[in-house]
Design a protein around this ligand. Structure first.
Ligand code: DLZ
Length: 157
């Protein structure tokens, strides 16, 4: 039994009913190796439920701070059933880490109250690069994969 409060297993058969839904990923260009691993994790989930990579719309933004605007813009097209915001913020020597992380969490939360399309947040906020590697396809799994599963579930609500 895991001490983490996350689903023990995915109901893939149920989530496959989201294979006709439309998804977009908005991702940040900072920490591009980590982002690449998270996006690949999301694609691998979507493939498991029968959605090929080219059906997923991608939008890049300069940094995690811009994820909120990117998601707002893409949700205004009304073309999507769920959106995933993917970013990676790694603690540095300044307080940027704290301010950017908080503004993204707050911004995406506020957006979810304002728009009709659910926005799932895949934002890694780690103390160092190695921790981010572990959460993007390392020993702690791939949060991109997990968030794609969350997006599929939200698209069905
Ligand atoms: C400025 C900044 C810093 C210091 N660190 C990160 C980071 O670790 N991850 C990330 O996605 N973006 C970072 N940024 C950039 C900001 O998110 C934003 O792009 C700029 O402040 C411009 O608005």
């Amino acid at each position: 039994m895991s001490t983490q409060h996350k689903p023990e297993s995915l109901d893939l058969e149920f989530l496959k009913t989201a294979s006709n839904k439309r998804f977009a990923i908005v991702y940040s260009e900072w920490n591009s190796e980590i982002i690449d691993r998270l996006v690949k994790g999301a694609f691998s989930f979507f493939r498991e439920i029968g959605i090929s990579d080219e059906k997923i719309e991608l939008l890049s933004v300069p940094g995690s701070f811009e994820l909120v605007y990117g998601c707002s813009k893409i949700s205004s097209t009304k073309k999507f059933d769920a959106i995933i915001a993917i970013g990676s913020i790694i603690r540095g020597e300044t307080s940027h880490f704290k301010f950017i992380s908080q503004s993204v969490f707050d911004g995406i939360k506020d957006l979810n109250l304002r728009v009709t399309c659910p926005i799932v947040l895949c934002l890694l906020t780690d103390d160092n690069y190695q921790q981010s590697i572990e959460r993007s396809g390392g020993k702690h799994g791939n949060k991109g994969y997990d968030c794609a599963a969350a997006a599929a579930k939200m698209s069905l609500i």
